[in-house]
Design a protein around this ligand. Sequence first.
Ligand code: R5P
Length: 319
Amino acid sequence: MDHSPLSLFGLYSSRALAERVAERLEISLAQHEERNFEDGEHKARPLQEVRGHDAFVLATMHGDVAESANDKLCRALFFCGALKDAGAARVTAVTPYLCYARKDRRTKPNDPITTRYVAALFEAVGVDRVIAMEVHNIAAFENAFRCPTWHVDSAMLLATQFAPLLRGKNVVAVSPDAGGAKRAEQFRQALEHLLGADVGSAYMEKYRSSGIVTGTLLAGDVRGKVAVIIDDLISTGGTLLRAAQACRDAGATAVHAAATHGLFIGGAPELFTSPLLDGITVSNTVPPFRVRSDATDRLTILDASETLARAIVACHGGS
Ligand code: R5P
């Protein structure tokens, strides 16, 4: 059991989510300031004593109009470094959406393995531990870091949303690619547990090269069933639409899509107009600022703050 005081900081760009997490923890966010300089440089510092504290820094790292993913990463790194220099006993970076988590392996000769370089940066500024939610590949994430990591999955968060809607229905959990099969399986098990009834599984073939996506095979039985496609993130929406088309072609009666992080690049307009999908569910790890306000009737946004708060409590009380 850690008896050092817990301080939770929320970088300005992640303030809304950090406030919610603090509420769940029944604490106030710790005070800090961030300043921008005329030349584009910046600084952040704690405005309270952190010596001996178990400090958590919440920074979700999607790019937006104000700050790129690189900016957010850089700000979080520098602030974590400042906390270490100010004497924090332990600093944990809480990254609900961790940027570059998709670039976890070489897909072309001489490709960068950017997840590993990001890990090295966190370690270089003295971060003791990193919490991330629903990364692209858990094993790659864990192996990239030498410091301890804590992966937060969203299977139960999503299953809790879907269970009341799908009770009494014949349901199948679908992964839109082979790499996501474990994620869909976790969701399937969570949903089966909540429904107290069998939930099927299926997955889709997908290859991506130079931005071109191919593969049409759908393995698993979706005929006459409600399909729930599960992914880590929605970027352009292309992956989900391909999987939705395959499910419809194979006889699914309804198709829902669910992902933890909704980047919705370009607004992903087809996702919100396509008759292939009955609904899209994401969490608030990334705010849906790119989605047109008149397209949101199909969109459900779940609050990830309780899931994140539980991870912080577990980290503070445990390892
Ligand atoms: C890739 O393997 C990821 O898990 C997602 O499936 C992918 O990033 C989604 O991208 P998009 O929405 O552009 O198809």
